[in-house]
Design a protein around this ligand. Structure first.
Ligand code: DTR
Ligand code: ZN
Ligand code: ZN
Ligand code: CA
Length: 451
């Protein structure tokens, strides 16, 4: 049993505004923010970014989860390691909380070192499943001890942020997914297994993976991953909002569960409060604590117990998780309808080489849409002669139209839809047109891309 009664409602004293969102009118109703667009029928020309306040995560709740993980270790030979009963008991604890809060949970099984391992995945129903914001932590400990800072802290912080999503009844624009990985301590086995078994199309839908491995170090520092500047910026703006300096995480590149995601091209970010590295005098000056001593002197040791936690670090780390989930998950969807057009005529040689017409796309964040609209206006006296491709900035070609010997109509004036979600949006796109049969001729009149 939990020693503390869980705080049901987040305290409202400190509200963090989404760093990403631009300002729009909001209405305060019964403790949570409702977009003005939903509250009344306003004549909104395009969807607006709505700032939603991230909750202040009650650190007592996070500590209650940590106490449970410590009890589980104590009852199971002192650890929560892969293949040991304490691991599965930890998973059952986290899963039970998520199931009760309305998450859709999935347990993924794998084998490593002759033992069955498990990943726990929790989806919050709703949001745009083509844009997934994924937050994760490893659930296993080493065999030497209960693994409370490493990584009961990240486990509990991510769990409590997920439960806060449920308490808020959050209706994010993006789809929220949370993951607790098995066998990280054996070399990120669980997260590698998850990513390897995720189809390419599903990988492309993950906008961000945020990793939390060790967020309550007893002599803490605040190290933010710099793998992706936007995701780095989200966590930095949380820490700026509470006036806590951060440093770039340099000691762990590739050393935790973000690595398998990053290796397949998914944007990653995360927080780390330090392990067995020594805190310098300069770091102690800015963060407090003890210089010349490890951030976590009990790293991978039997003393990594529930006493091996700095509550302030744990509180900040947990709040930063909620801040990132809210900021990234409630981000406005990309403004649809930005048009890039080329109206210059390009003659198409009869039965000759392909010609191209270029359009330069700029100012679009991330990848092209899954439904990229390609509008083509080609004037021609026998459209069956024409083969048309859209060529992405990286050179990949998408066939829009094949030739045909019996399509004798004039002109190609048509809209095509291309799944270009694996292509970076910005850059030079080309319409490539070839006339493959003698006699009839024509020209590209204009074409455009709608992002
Ligand atoms: N992967 C951790 C330890 C670790 C070391 N450096 C970093 C940097 C960022 C996150 C984690 C770590 C472990 O589980 O032992
Ligand atoms: Zn760890
Ligand atoms: Zn570890
Ligand atoms: Ca021709």
């Amino acid at each position: 049993m939990s020693q503390h009664a869980e705080q049901r409602a987040p305290r409202r004293s400190r509200l963090h505004r989404s760093a990403l969102a631009t300002v729009a009118a909001v209405t305060l109703t019964a403790g949570f923010l409702v977009p003005a667009a939903l509250a009344q029928a306003a004549p909104a020309p395009a969807p607006v970014a709505v700032p939603l306040a991230a909750p202040d995560i009650p650190v007592a709740n996070v500590k209650a989860h940590i106490a449970q993980l410590q009890s589980i270790a104590t009852a199971n030979g002192g650890n929560r390691a892969h293949g040991r009963p304490g691991f599965k008991a930890s998973l059952d604890y986290v899963k039970g909380k998520l199931d009760a809060a309305g998450f859709t949970t999935t347990v993924q099984t794998f084998t490593s070192s002759g033992a069955t391992g498990y990943n726990l995945i929790a989806d919050w129903p709703g949001g745009d499943t083509n844009h997934v914001v994924f937050t994760g932590a490893h659930l296993d400990s080493v065999t030497a001890g209960p693994g409370i800072n490493d990584n009961g802290s990240g486990t509990a912080g991510v769990l409590e942020a997920a439960l806060a999503v449920s308490r808020a009844g959050l209706q994010p624009t993006k789809h929220l997914r949370f993951g607790w990985w098995g066998a990280e301590e054996l070399g990120m086995i669980g997260s590698k297994y998850y990513v390897n078994n995720l189809p390419t199309a599903e990988r492309a839908k993950i906008d961000a993976y945020m990793n939390f491995d060790m967020i309550g170090s007893p002599n803490p520092g605040y190290f933010v991953y710099d793998d992706d500047s936007k995701l780095e910026g989200v966590l930095k703006s949380y820490f700026a909002s509470v006036n806590v300096p951060t440093e770039i995480e340099t000691n762990g590149d590739g050393r935790s569960d973000h690595a398998p995601f990053k290796n397949v091209g998914i944007k990653v970010g995360g927080l780390y409060t330090g392990g067995d590295e020594t805190k310098t005098a300069a770091q102690a000056a800015k963060w407090g604590g003890t210089s010349g001593r490890a951030f976590d002197a009990c790293y991978h040791a039997s003393c990594d117990t529930s006493a091996n936690i700095n509550d302030t670090a744990l509180d900040r780390g947990s709040d930063s998780i909620a801040y990132a989930v809210w900021a990234l998950g409630t981000e406005a969807p990309p403004q649809p309808g930005t048009v890039f057009e080329n109206t210059a005529d390009v003659q198409i040689p009869d039965n000759g080489a392909a010609v191209t017409s270029s359009v330069t796309v700029s100012g679009v964040t991330g990848n092209a849409p899954a439904a990229l609209k390609v509008s083509v206006d080609i004037r021609h006296t026998y459209r069956g002669d024409l083969v048309i491709d859209l060529v992405a900035p990286d050179g990949s070609a998408y066939r829009l139209k094949n030739s045909s010997t019996n399509d004798s109509a004039d002109n190609v004036i048509a809209d095509y839809t291309v799944n270009a979600s694996s292509e970076v949006a910005n850059g030079v796109w080309k319409l490539k047109v070839q006339d493959i049969a003698a006699q009839d001729t024509g020209y590209i009149n204009s074409w455009k891309l709608t992002f």
